[in-house]
Design a protein around this ligand. Structure first.
Ligand SMILES: *[C@@H]1O[C@H](CO)[C@@H](O)[C@H](O)[C@H]1NC(C)=O
Ligand SMILES: *[C@@H]1O[C@H](CO)[C@@H](O)[C@H](O)[C@H]1NC(C)=O
Ligand SMILES: *[C@@H]1O[C@H](CO)[C@@H](O)[C@H](O)[C@H]1NC(C)=O
Ligand SMILES: *[C@@H]1O[C@H](CO)[C@@H](O)[C@H](O)[C@H]1NC(C)=O
Ligand SMILES: *[C@@H]1O[C@H](CO)[C@@H](O)[C@H](O)[C@H]1NC(C)=O
Ligand SMILES: *[C@@H]1O[C@H](CO)[C@@H](O)[C@H](O)[C@H]1NC(C)=O
Ligand SMILES: *[C@@H]1O[C@H](CO)[C@@H](O)[C@H](O)[C@H]1NC(C)=O
Ligand SMILES: *[C@@H]1O[C@H](CO)[C@@H](O)[C@H](O)[C@H]1NC(C)=O
Ligand SMILES: *[C@@H]1O[C@H](CO)[C@@H](O)[C@H](O)[C@H]1NC(C)=O
Length: 437
């Protein structure tokens, strides 16, 4: 097997040695399937099979070793993290200079769990206080793990630390910032301190064959905010063929996510595939547009398909994160959605955190929702809201346009007829059994 060859040939090599000739486990032929994006991904440049830079397995801090290997192999080579090796990153690792390079992760990457150290050292972003241990950016980059490579966030330390400081920064396990073209595939990701993945300021990226899970060892300090993926200010991203076992959004589309396909995912225990929340901040303009969510198996979740929008607020409301932000959510399709034991099969709200429906109606959302289709939904919800299986709540018909359902066959666990809460909806476009809240 190639992986043993790798171990044998490379075990004794020093950092970033250039080895020839050598048979490198190739980047698999990654196909966007079954749906393909309207803008095809750009073709990457050819790689030189003999340009291989091994990340020093002995480095006490794998961060600088990884950066140095990436510099040596930039423009056409492949960086390799050896199998049966644990690489520990103990300092912020900026990999945003990448250009036509592949990174093959066969070992395990962990990040030191020195919570205090990372508070001031992690790469920080204003948006939702996102922090990163490492960040990937550049052009034409493939990060692949062949189902062997693992990223381990040592999350329990962070979830425990959170109990004594709710606002401490917990880094996202994997993040791109300014990645144009490329892929992330075949990686195992476990125990992220916070979200598992954030895709920011990126375009034309295929993400496939990722396995995400959480192991809690201290049940009195459970995980929090463990989203599978969040997309932000990104265009033409495909997330597919992956399994996600977590406790927050399976995938979440944050402001300015456009041309996104999410397909063939198996999500368990999550908060669903979510647009938003959006419209939280006055003076900001959020867009989520042209999103296709196809063939999702969702189990044990609070929600299946979810769109969460903050209502409007009285003019010049100051202080807490209260809503009133502008923008639009447009052309979103959820098709082929299998529900097992989810509390709501669909939850659309334009009254997110509103104190009451009356308060929400009085200040309708400023953020428009239009051209939304929920199609071919199957399965059974949990008994939580039985006989209700979903909820569609707008703040005013004028800001909620062309929201449709088609072939919705979701049942509650009892034998009762499924009921849907519909508020301020154009019920002529809905083929579901609407009831008042
Ligand atoms: C909690 O963590 C934040 C972020 O590191 C820090 O600014 C704040 O001082 C911490 N609070 C306490 C009480 O330690
Ligand atoms: C488990 O979590 C609790 C609550 O945060 C904490 O008091 C305790 O120290 C943790 N136990 C360990 C072994 O970390
Ligand atoms: C991705 O798809 C292939 C076959 O199409 C399958 O063998 C593999 O297990 C899938 N991976 C995940 C994580 O679902
Ligand atoms: C999103 O795009 C709109 C329109 O270009 C822009 O006004 C807004 O600032 C962008 N928001 C973010 C978070 O980039
Ligand atoms: C849906 O995804 C599952 C994997 O979760 C896969 O086995 C199945 O073939 C997919 N169906 C379609 C129609 O693509
Ligand atoms: C799904 O999540 C539940 C907890 O919510 C867990 O008990 C179960 O083992 C998970 N399933 C898989 C396949 O990991
Ligand atoms: C809606 O989005 C899909 C991608 O999800 C795209 O193919 C289609 O062209 C978009 N429709 C319009 C009218 O823009
Ligand atoms: C849902 O949760 C139950 C109970 O925790 C578990 O047995 C089941 O395997 C989960 N479903 C999936 C698909 O993981
Ligand atoms: C809101 O505040 C802005 C400037 O802070 C002011 O120009 C505007 O008149 C105020 N609007 C209302 C309705 O009070």
């Amino acid at each position: 097997m190639q992986r043993y060859l790798l171990t044998a040939v490379l075990a004794a090599t020093v950092a970033t040695a250039v080895i020839t000739p050598f048979s490198l486990p190739a980047l698999p032929n990654l196909i966007t399937s079954p749906k393909t994006s309207s803008t095809p991904f750009p073709l990457g440049a050819a790689r030189h099979p003999s340009r291989i830079c091994v990340v020093d397995p002995e480095a006490t801090d794998a961060g600088p070793a990884l950066i140095s290997a990436a510099h040596d192999c930039n423009n056409g080579g492949t960086v390799v993290l050896l199998p049966d090796t644990t690489y520990t990153i103990t300092s912020p690792t900026d990999l945003t200079f990448l250009q036509s390079i592949d990174i093959l992760i066969l070992g395990t990457v962990v990040f030191s769990d020195d919570v205090e150290y990372w508070q001031t050292r992690a790469f920080g972003y204003a948006y939702q206080d996102v922090h990163l241990f490492w960040k990937f950016g550049g052009r034409d980059v493939n990060i692949y793990g062949l189902g062997i490579g693992t990223l381990d966030g040592l999350g329990q330390t962070w979830w425990t630390a959170k109990r004594s400081n709710e606002t401490l920064y917990r880094p996202v396990l994997f993040g791109t910032d300014g990645l144009a073209g490329g892929s992330v595939s075949g990686l195992n990701m476990k125990n992220s301190p916070f979200w598992f993945n954030v895709i920011m300021n990126s375009n034309d990226v295929l993400i496939t064959d990722i396995n995400i899970w959480i192991e809690v060892t201290n049940s009195s300090s459970p995980p929090a905010n463990t989203d599978g993926w969040d997309t932000y200010r990104s265009i033409n991203i495909v997330i597919q063929n992956s399994t996600i076992n977590n406790y927050d959004d399976c995938v979440s589309f944050k402001p300015n996510s456009t041309d996104i396909i999410v397909q063939n995912l198996q999500c368990n225990g999550s908060h669903g595939i979510s647009v938003g929340s959006l419209g939280q901040y006055q003076g900001e303009y959020d867009i989520v547009e042209d999103v296709y969510v196809y063939n999702i198996s969702m189990s044990n979740a609070s929600d299946g398909a979810r769109i969460k929008i903050w209502p409007g607020v009285p003019p010049n409301t100051t202080g807490s994160s209260s809503g009133g932000g502008a923008g639009y959510v447009r052309n979103i399709t959820y098709e082929l959605f299998h529900n097992t034991n989810n509390d709501w099969a669909i939850e659309l709200t334009q009254c997110y955190f509103a104190s009451s429906q009356e308060a929400c109606n009085a200040y309708p959302a400023v953020l428009l929702i239009e051209d939304i289709l929920f199609k071919d939904f199957y399965g059974t919800t949990s008994k939580r809201h039985d006989p209700r299986v979903g909820t569609l709540v707008c703040s005013d018909p004028s800001v909620c346009k062309n929201i449709r359902t088609e072939n919705i066959a979701v049942s509650p666990p009892s034998a009762a007829t499924a009921e849907w809460i519909c508020t301020n909806m154009n019920e002529g476009l809905l083929d579901i059994n609407c009831v008042a809240a």
